[in-house]
Design a protein around this ligand. Sequence first.
Ligand SMILES: NC(=O)N[C@@H](CC(=O)O)C(=O)O
Ligand SMILES: [Zn+2]
Ligand SMILES: [Zn+2]
Length: 347
Amino acid sequence: MQSLTLIRPDDWHVHLRDGSSLPRTVGDMAQVMGRAIVMPNLTPPITTVGAAEAYRERILAAMPSARQFDPLMVLYLTDQTRPEDIHEAKASPFVYGAKLYPAGATTNSDAGVGDLSGLYPVLAVMEEVGLPLLVHGEVTESEVDIFDREAVFIEQHMVPITERFPTLRIVFEHITTAQAAQFVAESPAHVGATITAHHLLLNRNDLLVGGVRPHHYCLPILKRRTHQEALINAATSGDPSFFLGTDSAPHLQGAKEAACGCAGVYTAHASIELYAEAFEQAGALDKLENFASVFGPRFYGLEANSDTITLIKQPQSVPASLAMADSQLIPMRAGGEIAWSVLKDPQ
Ligand SMILES: NC(=O)N[C@@H](CC(=O)O)C(=O)O
Ligand SMILES: [Zn+2]
Ligand SMILES: [Zn+2]
């Protein structure tokens, strides 16, 4: 049977949520991932180092005992964030970045940044102390088409930010377009990007052909096939600017299958297996380890994990639903199969 042993991967963009959701999300993550950058878009958002450290404790308390999993915390930037908050974040051993959500761009982003230029004093400190800026890169103006919001963000915001703060470390999160892939490829090494498994495996036909598929609805929204191909090329290029970030974002079934359904795809149950499928389809399985396990830690100035996992080419069935928070969510590929499995640790 075909098998593939990798340095243990990390997830550089995940939503673990809070409270009674944590056993599901943390349990799934900790099965395979060594570390994860934990997104701060809770209600209320994680805007202080104190809140980030308390959230980290709740995550650790929800961990299955068997494995080590290290949650790396992130501050949520608002119009009220002060330069002092950045100094505190840099001083914390648990905080690895600060996240820019344009207000209204995505789930729980209402408290995000309204006026980006108002954030410049904060970005100046981030550049000075070397704290990475993680960006949900979409404009929110109602007149801009939803499929264009990422590309317009590059012109309106990414270019000015990188020009004004030329050494600021930036992660362009969950990129979905050829324009974003090109922007990152042409930027210096301290500008990176995460790419999700679902944006490698799906395009907007998978969202809309034959009926609307609410479980494929996420932000930034799935784009046309040519963009999917550009993302596959970027992820399998061997360029260290591109690394794994699942953006696994659970919502309960009822919140997705609704007249106004929430954005987010849940992939934490089988994320490395889904990436393996995408890399195999591209004939680039040999590029998976660097993308999943080496380039992310290198970007964040960390060592790669010291142990390994083994993937085997053995299909796994995905349950029709997964329990979360006394209810259920519908994971990616629900009721179907994924071509790869992770060999379980011997007990
Ligand atoms: N990606 C999504 O569609 N949703 C994320 C938010 C985000 O990452 O933009 C969520 O928190 O649900
Ligand atoms: Zn986002
Ligand atoms: Zn996200």
